[in-house]
Write a protein that binds this ligand. Sequence first.
Ligand code: ADP
Ligand code: MG
Length: 603
Amino acid sequence: MPKIVVLDDNMVNMIAAGEVIERPASVVKELVENSIDAGAGRVAVNIEDGGRKLISVVDDGMGMDAEDLARAFEPHATSKIATSADLLGISTMGFRGEALASIAAVGTVDVVTRAADSIEASCLSIDCGKAEPVSPCSGDYGTTIEVRDLFYKVPARRKFLRTANTEMTHIIERFTRIALAHCDLDMKLTHNGRQLYHLVRGGAIRDRIAQLTGPAIADDLIELETEEKSIKIAALLGRPTQTRANNKLQYVFLNGRFIRDKFISHALREAYRGLIEPNKFPIVFLFLEMPPDRFDVNVHPTKIEVRFDNANLVHSAVLAALREKLLSINFEVSARMPIATVSLHGEQQTGKEGQARRQRIAEAMADFFKHHKPAAGPQQHLGFSSPTALKSAQKTAPSKTQQAITQQQDFVTKPKKLLQIHNSYIVTEADEGFVIIDQHALHERIIYEDLCRKLAEGNLQSQQLLMPETFDVTGAQAEAINSNARLFEKIGVRLEPFGPGTMAIQAFPSMLAKVNRLEFIRDLLDVLTDTGAGLDAERVLHEALDMAACKAAIKAGQALTPEEMAQLIADKDTIERAGRCPHGRPTTIKFTLDELQKQFKRT
Ligand code: ADP
Ligand code: MG
């Protein structure tokens, strides 16, 4: 056994840094929070190479004098609390006094700071815990902190840094969380010299949401403001028609701090129960204010979790407030139809008159679709991307695998009768029984395989759009489009800038002619900007194909003609692994006569 030694302060800080400083985004969060605590009105964040090369935060806050600056980077040095009693009423973002010490332990730090009553600024350089003496220098009021070469002496951590793009996505997410809670703060974010965001202060929260997540989301939010059991609740709620596949667009703030809390998440889910599909997530921006002595923020190093004195009370207050608001709105009438934003004669319609008119149009359309079933013609109405050409090519020279699959699934290759039930499933007789086919899952699989094959053959044709389709992008989305240029090119989607904050779809894969292009791009951008996912290029590509296949496939609930059903069953045989849809759900379930006989007690 080696001898026990007591680690020196520097080592202790390096180890402690692991808890607070996980990646460049953590540095951004800690530094901007310090600026907020220093009463700043402006904060500019400047990043190079995803934070690996440089993270710089400039504020116009109260600054520090030379004496404070010399202390600020020591472990457990804070100006925000002094006694244990202070821990019970924390109203600042920081209080643990460990962020600066942790940052300085794992990177190179240069600080210039000038307090409001000082005639000169002070500066300080620290290299992985080793500080030079503080010296006077020239500088503006406020504080500038530059962090370079993060983790350069901690290879174990540096190794875990992802690509600049991924780190940037994390930084944007932290920046967004702070920005949503501080409309009174002017905030800028720049990456490699490119300004991603400039959020001016003093605007409405809805404007900030629009700048950070896009106007398509912000415009439709339902506002709510109330007080329940001395908890102030303000919220902007997505409509039930606007759900997402993950909870990325659920932002919960407690006294200006972004938090994650399972009680609150549960309350959000409950509030939308019955209004949205169970596996979907509503868009929610929730701002709670309550006395600081009713919860404890000192339970997690990054303060993302809190402990409520009475979590049930918080749960029930949030649930009651949201539920009441949601149930008071008749979503059926206000549900957005594609036509709702465009007037038939091109004139601008505002206010009640436009709304009533849009509603009449929506009702008329709903009525039309109720009484007119889509026209027959299989290729036309389904937008069937039938891999028929491919099928004949394969039939002439079937591969070994192909033969095996065909044999194994022989029971569906010779369908005798086809019956569609509940407009969702196809039942067909098979030699030794019958099979039930999930029409959406199967079609999705067929298209997915076809897309994969065409992609591999370099045959995924793209079609130039007559009219480019424009859409708004946030800084994060623009960044994602920029850094995923190859992906978009590969799948045949051409996006080009179209004025500030706007992009245009110029070309789209011909195979996906029937897909709602804007929706596809939006969902794909969701995946690309999802910090949690951390997908590599290959996974992202397949995610994109998955998504395309799902959107292009016939839906459950869609009536099919006998020809369409036959086409679907015929295509099934040309596709490998047709037994599972891309999400891994089965497309076909087989029932044997044996089983039937057993069930009917014939054996
Ligand atoms: P904490 O925020 O928990 O107090 P930090 O390590 O983040 O701990 O900061 C230590 C101290 O340095 C703060 O308490 C504050 O007094 C000072 N400080 C840090 N950043 C700034 C800033 N941007 N402007 C003025 N003072 C700052
Ligand atoms: Mg701090």
